[in-house]
Design a protein around this ligand. Structure first.
Ligand SMILES: NC(=O)c1ccc[n+]([C@@H]2O[C@H](COP(=O)([O-])OP(=O)(O)OC[C@H]3O[C@@H](n4cnc5c(N)ncnc54)[C@H](O)[C@@H]3O)[C@@H](O)[C@H]2O)c1
Length: 285
């Protein structure tokens, strides 16, 4: 049995009406948990609520139309959930907005940057501020999973606003986990889910991508091991390739190379050679 997904426990999942969040909600429903899904898409919320209610019964599911950038609304939700069901044992701060890069890039309108920060960065912060106090008070084993992205780690050109928000989620979640592990009586841990290429939203499934259910199965196993970083592969990019890309990025700083040297013409050959080498022992290959 997976202790994260256990009957009667409470899960709160933002962005829970679609994709990875919905797959997590389905997994919780299969385990007999009580589930609150938070989303801004009314149609998908209603459909997912009905589907989950069909599995676990209507009393075990609530669908909340809340924008995660609304801190007060999340605090109010936390109060309602705790009064009704108790504090969550799983909080997934997973909702995010994605604005495709295209021509704008760095000079995308300020409103775009502000919107992405409000949802992708303040969404998880708002979720933690709202639910963590109750989770700590409850004194039970509980987990917070924030959904990051490889784009927050390796920073590929094309969508700087999204990359920057996901880099912030990485930094924030590491600080959150360090804080939680330093608290004497805390049984709450934080984890960073880093999905690979995953078919979500209304996209057609393409070869190479994973399905959201695969991401959640991978996440469940990682949580069993208590991993902090949940670095998901997909059918195109195995973990070994991701690890090398991540190490290359870190070496940009350590070796004083140009910013994002992976995409610098002078470093094209060196990067290709690096990717063909094995990482030293202890780097995970
Ligand atoms: N799909 C991928 O390849 C991939 C890769 C890396 C990371 N991610 C991350 O996975 C997470 C889930 O995304 P997904 O791929 O399942 O996409 P998705 O579009 O299927 O699901 C995202 C959900 O979040 C909701 N949402 C958007 N803004 C919101 C807001 N302000 N408040 C509440 N809900 C809001 C949407 O309505 C949608 O239902 C995101 O954090 C995303 O950045 C996805």
């Amino acid at each position: 049995m997976n202790e994260t997904f256990s009957a009667g426990a409470v899960a709160v999942i933002t962005g829970g009406a679609s994709g990875i969040g919905r797959a997590a909600a389905r997994r919780c429903a299969a385990a007999g948990m009580r589930i609150a899904i938070v989303d801004v898409n009314d149609d998908k919320l209603a459909r997912t609520r009905d589907e989950l209610a069909g599995t676990i019964g209507p009393d075990h599911v609530t669908a909340e139309r809340i924008d995660v950038s609304d801190a007060a609304a999340l605090v109010a939700l936390a109060g309602r959930i705790e009064a009704q069901w108790g504090a969550p044992s799983l909080l997934m701060n997973n909702a995010a907005a994605f604005v495709s890069g295209g021509a704008g890039g760095i000079l995308d309108p300020l409103e775009t940057w502000q919107k992405l920060f409000a949802i992708n960065v303040f969404g998880p912060i708002n979720g933690v501020q709202a639910f963590l106090p109750g989770m700590l008070r409850a004194g039970k084993r509980a987990r917070i999973v924030n959904t990051g992205s490889k784009q927050g780690l390796t920073n590929p050109p094309g969508n700087p606003a999204y990359n920057t928000t996901k880099a912030a989620v990485n930094a924030y979640t590491q600080n959150l986990q360090r804080d939680l592990r330093e608290r004497e009586s805390s049984k709450v841990s934080a984890h960073l889910l880093i999905p690979g290429w995953t078919t979500t939203g209304d996209a057609a499934h393409k070869p190479g991508a994973w399905l959201p259910e695969q991401v959640i199965a991978f996440m469940a196993e990682a949580l069993e091991r208590d991993d902090f970083f949940i670095l998901c592969p997909d059918d195109e990019t195995p973990n070994a390739i991701d690890r090398k890309r991540i190490v290359w990025n870190a070496l940009d700083v350590a070796l004083n190379r140009p910013a994002l040297s992976r995409w610098h013409p002078d470093y094209k050959d060196a990067f290709a050679r690096f990717m063909h080498q094995d990482l030293p022992a202890g780097f995970g290959g």
